[in-house]
Design a protein around this ligand. Structure first.
Ligand code: CTP
Ligand code: ZN
Length: 152
């Protein structure tokens, strides 16, 4: 017998649902958004079926709403993530994440001589291309492209 269609993770009354996260990026997203440090109710689902991503993850945050700048920090690890703002159990707003103009932390500079790679200096980049993400280091000006990008 076929299982009935139902939500794998319960609906929330108010808050934010981050959907279409590649399953392999779930813990990065949690880390980038600092979700381990908040006391709101959070539910996760991972390795859920997705036509687009193969295996996707979803995060539901009760009573949490993000600023664009904060949420866009996940764009490097979850470029296809979709945000849903929930109020009174209804989806009242949908948006997609967008690669920001500047990135602080998150990625490693490709240049082994860069100060960020031998002193405890947080990486900082200007985004020179958003499509095939490429990052220009604030300190050494070397370009880190998508292919060489290592997420911290
Ligand atoms: N959702 C939720 N709580 C609600 C309403 C919606 O957790 N009260 C979740 C749904 O489970 C879904 C996401 O929010 O993961 C978006 O909801 P909806 O737009 O209804 O789903 P879809 O049309 O499938 O979304 P998509 O735009 O991703 O196709
Ligand atoms: Zn550098």
């Amino acid at each position: 017998m076929k299982e009935p269609k139902q939500l794998s993770v319960s609906a929330i009354e108010n808050g934010t649902v981050i959907d279409h996260i590649p399953a392999s990026s779930l813990f990065k997203v949690i880390q980038i958004l600092g979700l381990d440090k908040i006391s709101n109710q959070i539910t996760f689902g991972t390795n859920l079926e997705s036509k687009k991503l193969g295996r996707k993850a979803i995060i539901k945050l009760a009573g949490v709403y993000f600023e664009d700048d904060d949420i866009n920090r996940i764009a490097l690890v979850a470029p296809e993530a979709k945000l849903n703002i929930i109020k009174g159990y209804e989806v009242v707003e949908k948006s997609v994440v967008e690669v920001p103009d500047e990135i602080t932390g998150i990625a490693k500079c490709v240049n082994p001589q860069c100060i960020t790679n031998f002193e405890s200096v947080t990486t900082r980049f200007r985004v020179v291309s958003k499509k095939n993400v490429s990052l220009k280091c604030h300190y050494c000006e070397k370009i880190t492209d998508q292919e060489h990008m290592v997420i911290l």
